[in-house]
Design a protein around this ligand. Structure first.
Ligand code: HEC
Length: 165
């Protein structure tokens, strides 16, 4: 009888040991994953969440007002663009694309975006008016900030990387 109790005791010990072991190995898998996700393509310091980026409220408010006055008639009240913007118009010109992160505006650096806004596309045969001389650099910048405040976090983070190139 003593022997049986002994065996029972040892097996309880074994079970609790292996349980502990698996808990430990689970823990190490978690921390391995963590190490992987702690090494993103861009360094952590540069990943400013969209919600905390250069988004001061007065700048967004000014940008939103200027956007409404100058851009909304073509790009939509919420920067949603024309529904079938990917299809060209019968005259071959592009329709106003969305600027809210669902189009490809976020593939362009800030410098390029500002230059698209300043130059427009009329002299290249498009419909986008030039804003040079009509809006100041600061006003264009505020509009861009308002536009970017609409981008989903992931899009904004990807754009930060593109913007460095
Ligand atoms: C008369 C219509 C019209 C107005 C007003 C207009 N746009 Fe556009 N915009 C367009 C069109 C059309 C395009 C497509 C590009 C082209 O024509 O080559 C475009 C393209 C753009 C792009 C490039 C998007 C991309 O995906 O590459 C940006 C950025 C942009 N517009 C910003 C603005 C801003 C900011 C304003 C207001 C200050 C504005 N637009 C006002 C018609 C307009």
């Amino acid at each position: 009888m003593k022997k049986v109790v002994g065996i029972f005791f040892i097996s309880v010990l074994l079970v609790s040991c292996s349980k502990e072991e698996s808990a430990v190995s689970q823990q190490s898998t978690v921390s391995e994953n963590k190490t992987v996700s702690e090494k993103p393509a861009i360094s952590q310091a540069e990943v400013v969440p969209a919600s905390q980026a250069d988004f001061d409220f007065s700048k967004i408010a000014l940008g939103g007002k200027l956007y409404k006055q100058n851009c909304a008639e073509c790009h939509g009240a919420n920067a949603e663009g024309t529904p079938d913007w990917r299809k060209r118009k019968p005259d071959g010109k592009l329709k106003p694309p969305p600027l809210n992160g669902s189009g490809h505006a976020w593939h362009h650096s800030k410098k390029l975006l500002l230059s698209i806004i300043a130059k427009g596309s009329i002299d290249k045969g498009g419909d986008m008016p030039s804003w040079e001389g009509k809006l100041s650099r600061q006003e264009m910048d505020a509009i861009l900030t308002w536009i970017q405040s609409k981008w989903p976090e992931e899009i904004y983070t990807n754009w930060l990387e593109i913007n460095k190139r």
